[in-house]
Design a protein around this ligand. Structure first.
Ligand code: DGL
Length: 280
């Protein structure tokens, strides 16, 4: 076969594209919460490879200042860029609400957070009365309410910070009496809502208990599902689909191995073996 300059250029370009396609998806959170997002991504995009960072040395993000969250996010995104990911998912409400805009300004990289895809869904469903439970930092930033009102100006938003829940989830205390009491205490004053946003990615771990606290008509929103739909669309639209024909791989990196991550992640992912390594 003969190549002219034009077709060679085309082939090189195609090779370049292929390389990007087959790169992994990067995802991070302060700990195990982001695994609830990873799970949804794996359901919708099973042939993709994933690199997950749990910033366990800095857990919890929820009680830290915006300045600290921005610094931590920068480091985690640099880690993921070094690992040559094609797109980054900030699988953390605290980091999305306080650092996503800044990260998009700093890095020339597609970065997706958990708020925008969820707000799109609320709008599609025409929900007006919305509850948000999240970490102290997320509620303090008012990130959910501001973003909801940009799209649904007449929305009524009830916010509640639940600082104990993420540490309890890391501990694996998501279905015991203490978890029931904590959930009751945190959501008892949220009334007359169409939807409750689990605004911290650790909270889907409490879904069973939360369901029992609310009337059946309330849509309990796992942001991971919204992110997965958005990412799938993005990947298809930008021709970034991995051409793997078998199930993709998942590598997990933690900034501190001295934690309960492995136990919670194993039961969440229903896997006995997880490939976990240390990262700085
Ligand atoms: N999972 C995170 C979030 O979505 C962080 C929880 C924490 O570290 O406090 O907000």
């Amino acid at each position: 076969m003969k190549y002219n300059v034009q077709s060679l250029k085309h082939i090189l370009l195609k090779m370049e594209e292929d390389k990007v396609n087959n790169r992994p998806i990067g995802i991070f959170d302060s700990g195990v919460g982001g695994v609830t997002v990873l799970k949804e991504l794996q359901k919708l995009l099973p042939n993709e490879d994933y690199i997950y960072i749990g910033d366990t040395a800095s857990f919890p993000y929820g009680s830290k200042s915006k300045k600290t969250i921005i610094e931590l996010c920068k480091k985690r995104i640099e880690n993921l860029i070094e690992k040559e990911v094609k797109v980054i998912v900030i699988a953390c409400g605290t980091a999305t609400s306080q650092a996503l805009e800044e990260m998009k300004r700093i890095f020339n990289m597609p970065i997706i957070g958990i708020i925008e895809p969820t707000v799109e869904y609320l709008n599609e469903k025409k929900y007006k009365n919305i509850g948000v439970i999240a970490t102290t930092g997320t509620i303090r930033s008012n990130g959910w309410e501001e973003n909801i009102k940009k799209v649904i100006p007449d929305a009524k938003v009830q916010n509640k910070a639940c600082p104990l829940l993420a540490p309890m989830a890391e501990e694996g205390w998501t279905d015991n009496e203490i978890a029931k009491l904590a959930i009751h205490e945190y959501i008892k004053d949220i009334k007359n809502i169409d939807a409750l946003i689990l605004g911290c990615t650790h909270y889907p771990l409490f879904k069973k208990i939360i369901e029992k606290e609310l009337t059946k008509s309330v849509d309990i929103i796992n942001t991971g599902e919204m992110v997965a739909k958005e990412l799938k669309e993005y990947i298809i639209k930008n021709k970034l689909k991995n051409e793997n024909i078998k199930e993709g791989t998942t590598q997990i990196f933690l900034t501190d191995l001295e934690c309960n991550f492995l136990n919670v992640a194993k039961s969440l992912m229903q896997k006995d073996n997880l490939n976990i390594q240390k990262i700085n």
